[in-house]
Design a protein around this ligand. Structure first.
Ligand code: G6P
Length: 465
């Protein structure tokens, strides 16, 4: 079985380099496990003419980083993917913008990637990921490629009214029905998609299958997890001397006091601004009770909304620090640096509270990683947004669930977490880690590929385990 994984972003395949986002972190072990070929974007652009696949060995798998066409790249990546689809998927239509021609560029890049995938010999199964590539199956079919082709959406899928804001939404959804299997993170996303099919096409699913003139599409939720064993290895891993020094000097700043940690790409969906406001409330009520370490590597910096958001967050942090910081200690320590998984694991373990408060999020693996990194005898507490996919996995008896739009509510949860007795912390943590261990990323990928197999009979099922 030759699995071809296709996504816009490809992992760096270097333990010392940080991953950008949950998708790359999640797919790297899948590619290694199945010895898959991973196709995606390189950091350079091409002239749009088709080229031989630039194959590089990664360990068990291979990677092909494509030079996407220069002329279409801005409209595809900055434009349609990240200024139109991304905010719409997160139900933030006020953040949407778009230019004439973005959609055409988006389609052109999808067609370019499909042509490159067409060139892969021994291609048995295609597994396509995320909103950049909604119409890829349609482009593959146009080329006459007819292999099992599945899609997994790492972001949320919004309600029908929100999709209405996306230009060509009907055409896009119709092209998604060219996949054999559509995977979503949560029931909420799956139900929203089904509602869109009802509203826009009058289509209904029967036993999780939608039938169209093309054939059948299965729809199912597959909540992505982490690999707790690999995470334990991260915890035990040695850091490079430079990173070790950076980490020690960070942790020194919190010595003798409690601290919470937030780790997010600097993205307006992550609710960092509201979190900062929440800390303002916490510290006004209980000066010095806890500080925040906010790690926020900069992201999509050429998209205007991201620049505005960064400025807003940084001003808010300066104000909180001016009001509540002392000469010895900042109330909020803020860093745009990226850290390796091993360094993050150590920081998670040291932090008393993990604050994961996105306005909306597909899953949010930081929530699961924070839990996996805790000391079983003295675990920290997870404060989690109700609108992160992870909140469908963790109940109120486990994480402290909050509405990420309300700083006062987040503040209350942070104060509760700061003062939570050991016995309650252990009880909540035990229940979360059991869940994390019972559905890991290897389970997720095996489940998905087994379902994809069910949609076609060309690949033996025992190849997916
Ligand atoms: C989210 C998306 C991924 C994306 C990642 C990083 O996790 O779901 O598809 O790769 O953000 O964003 P970037 O634009 O840097 O790839």
């Amino acid at each position: 079985m030759k699995l071809v994984v296709i996504s816009n972003r490809v992992a760096p395949f270097d333990p010392n380099k940080p991953q950008t986002g949950g998708l790359a972190a999640g797919l790297e072990p899948v590619v290694e496990r199945f010895g898959a070929l991973w196709m995606g974007s390189s950091d350079t652009r091409g002239d749009g003419t088709d080229q031989p696949l630039p194959l590089v060995k990664t360990g068990a798998g291979d990677v092909a980083r494509l030079d996407l066409p220069e002329a279409d790249y801005p409209g595809y990546y900055r434009g349609f993917s990240n200024s139109t689809l991304w905010p719409a998927m997160h139900s933030l239509h006020q953040r949407m913008s778009g230019a004439e021609g973005d959609y055409d560029s988006y389609r052109n890049v999808n067609a370019f990637i499909a042509r490159a995938a067409f060139d892969v010999r021994d291609r048995d199964v295609f597994w396509v990921h995320d909103y950049h590539l909604l119409p890829l199956a349609a482009e593959l079919h146009r080329l006459g490629v007819d292999r099992p082709t599945g899609f997994f959406l790492h972001t949320p899928w919004p309600a029908p009214d929100m999709i209405e804001h996306v230009p060509r939404h009907r055409e896009l959804m119709k092209s998604m029905l060219e996949y054999d299997l559509l995977g979503f993170q949560t029931n909420r996303d799956l139900n929203n998609f089904l509602a869109c099919l009802r509203v826009y096409f009058g289509l209904k699913s029967k036993d999780g299958i939608v039938t169209t003139g093309r054939g059948q599409t299965r729809l199912q939720k597959f909540p992505i997890g982490i690999d707790p064993r690999q995470f334990a290895e991260h915890l035990a891993a040695e850091l490079s001397p430079a990173e070790e020094e950076k980490l020690s000097s960070l942790l020194e700043k919190f010595e003798g006091s409690k601290f919470a940690i937030g780790v997010d790409r600097l993205d307006y969906t992550k609710g960092i601004d509201k979190r900062v406001e929440a800390f303002n409330h916490v510290l006004a009520a209980n000066p010095g009770s806890i500080s925040l370490l906010q790690i926020a590597p900069s992201s999509r910096a050429d998209v205007g909304e991201y620049q505005k958001y960064k400025e807003g967050v940084e001003n808010a942090i300066s104000q909180v620090n001016a009001e509540h910081g002392t000469d010895e200690r900042s109330a909020i320590l803020y860093s745009n640096d990226s850290f390796s998984q091993a360094a993050l694991a150590r920081l998670y373990r040291a932090a008393n509270v993990g604050v994961v408060t996105p306005l909306r999020d597909g899953m949010n693996l930081v929530a699961k990683e924070y839990v996996a990194a805790q000391d079983p005898n003295d675990p920290g507490v997870l404060v989690l947004s109700k609108f992160a996919g992870a909140a469908e996995d963790f109940s109120e008896d486990e994480a402290l669930l909050v509405d990420p739009n309300h700083p006062e509510e987040i503040a209350e949860a942070i104060s509760r977490a700061t003062n939570m007795p050991l016995e309650e912390r252990v009880r909540r943590w035990r229940s979360m880690i059991d869940k994390i261990e019972s559905y890991t990323i290897p389970d997720w990928s095996a489940d998905y590929l087994r379902e994809l197999h069910k949609s076609r009979i060309t690949v033996p099922a025992d190849q997916f385990h």
